[in-house]
Design a protein around this ligand. Structure first.
Ligand code: 3PG
Length: 381
């Protein structure tokens, strides 16, 4: 049986894995456990706080062994689990994340087709998430996080980048096919490498740079052969890529040392983003335009239109919440592979549902870009 250790708080990455792992604290039985590479991103020393039946290793289920380990400063639990249990859990998270994302994308596009106000729909998505979480905290379904001014200060740049990335992606989807937005969004790793290299002076293995060729080439081929190309749609997806790279960089700093769970972190992010976005939404569109647009949409679609709006708003929150909860459970690498797979499900589902016309060469471009993203994930290990 082989084991891996995983962190139960958002572990975006660390350039200094296990720097202060005190070997004297770790009994030899544990030291000998990992036989596979360890996905561990921690910066604090670890203490064993609870080991049940240390000699015999109490089994929780037939294939799962748990040993509680805590960081010295943060009471943050780590688990050591069998590979089978971990795979099942990751599979469950991924299936839920992708399904919720597909539903969001379908309803989002249906709403935008009938009611082309991407600033308002972006705001409603954040508002729905904020409301869901405030109610959850109020009725104590979820424990409210303990936050201070420092937490919100660190969250601000993350929320700003999240807001820009979200509204830019929605503007893109209001102008082009959902599949095209996601093909361009599969180029996000290229932005990540370029920003890290030129703004943060980080270096990467040669394989990472080489993987950018198929990513950029594939996205470029798809863009050039897109039947319904629109420059605003293309630029919206590109801006979203750039903003989300900054969101990830700021998240890495903002989440460091915080004990707020993935679910609550995303809740706070939604609320702050909502505050940032609302004045811009009113300035860019405004109630008069919405009123006229709403009447037209309800006339075309019927009273069910309101449920489409509710669905796109609620599913946006749910898929993001599950993705942040996944970050609690998996390594950044597994997360980025999962995100790429998510794009494949969205691209395929949206092409089928919206009967999007695509040329074979356009599909080849998408496949090359997605393959490049996989190569990037592997080269970055
Ligand atoms: C958004 O509206 O925020 C985007 O559709 C998000 O896209 P992603 O989560 O697939 O990157």
């Amino acid at each position: 049986m082989s084991y891996s250790i995983k962190h139960l708080t958002p572990s975006l990455s660390s350039s200094n894995p296990i720097p202060r792992w005190g070997s004297s604290l770790i009994p030899s039985k544990i030291q000998s456990l990992p036989t596979k590479p360890i996905n561990l991103n921690i910066i604090k020393p670890l203490c064993i706080s609870q080991v049940q039946d240390f000699g015999g290793w109490v089994r929780k289920r037939s294939h799962e062994v748990v040993c509680k380990v805590y960081e010295a400063e943060g009471d943050l639990p780590l688990e050591i689990q069998s590979e089978g249990g971990q795979k099942m859990r990751i599979g469950f998270y991924f299936a839920t994340w992708w399904s919720l994302n597909v539903v969001f994308n379908i309803y989002n596009k249906k709403v935008l087709n009938a009611f082309p106000f991407p600033w308002l729909t972006s705001t409603l998505s954040l508002a729905a998430g904020s409301l869901i979480m405030l109610v959850s905290w109020g009725v104590k379904v979820v424990e409210a996080p303990k936050t201070d001014a420092e937490f919100w200060k660190a969250l601000f740049p993350v929320a700003l980048a999240h807001t820009i990335g979200h509204v830019a992606a929605t503007i893109s989807m209001s102008k082009v096919a959902v599949s095209f937005t996601h093909i361009i969004k599969s180029g996000e790793p290229a932005f990540s490498v370029l920003v890290s290299r030129f703004l943060l002076s980080e270096t990467f293995p040669l394989g990472v740079y080489l993987s950018l060729l198929p990513i950029i080439g594939g996205c470029g081929l798809s863009a050039l052969t897109e039947l319904n190309f629109n420059m605003t749609g293309f630029m919206g997806a590109m801006v979203s890529n750039l903003a989300f790279v900054f969101r990830n960089i700021f998240s890495k700093k903002g989440m460091k040392g915080t004990s707020v769970s993935g679910m609550n972190y995303y809740a706070c992010l939604s609320m702050l983003s909502l505050l940032i976005l609302t004045p811009f939404t009113i300035a860019m569109e405004g109630p008069q335009m919405w009123e006229a647009g709403w009447q037209t949409a309800v006339t075309q679609i019927g009273p069910n239109f309101i449920w489409w709006v509710v669905a796109q708003s609620v599913f946006y929150h749910l898929y993001n919440q599950v993705s942040y909860m996944s970050l609690d459970q998996i390594s950044p690498l597994t997360f980025s592979v999962g995100n790429t797979m998510k794009r494949i499900s969205v691209i395929v589902a949206s092409i089928i549902i919206f009967r999007t016309p695509i040329q074979p060469v356009n599909a080849v471009g998408a496949a090359i870009a997605i393959l490049g993203t996989f190569i990037y994930s592997q080269a970055k290990q």
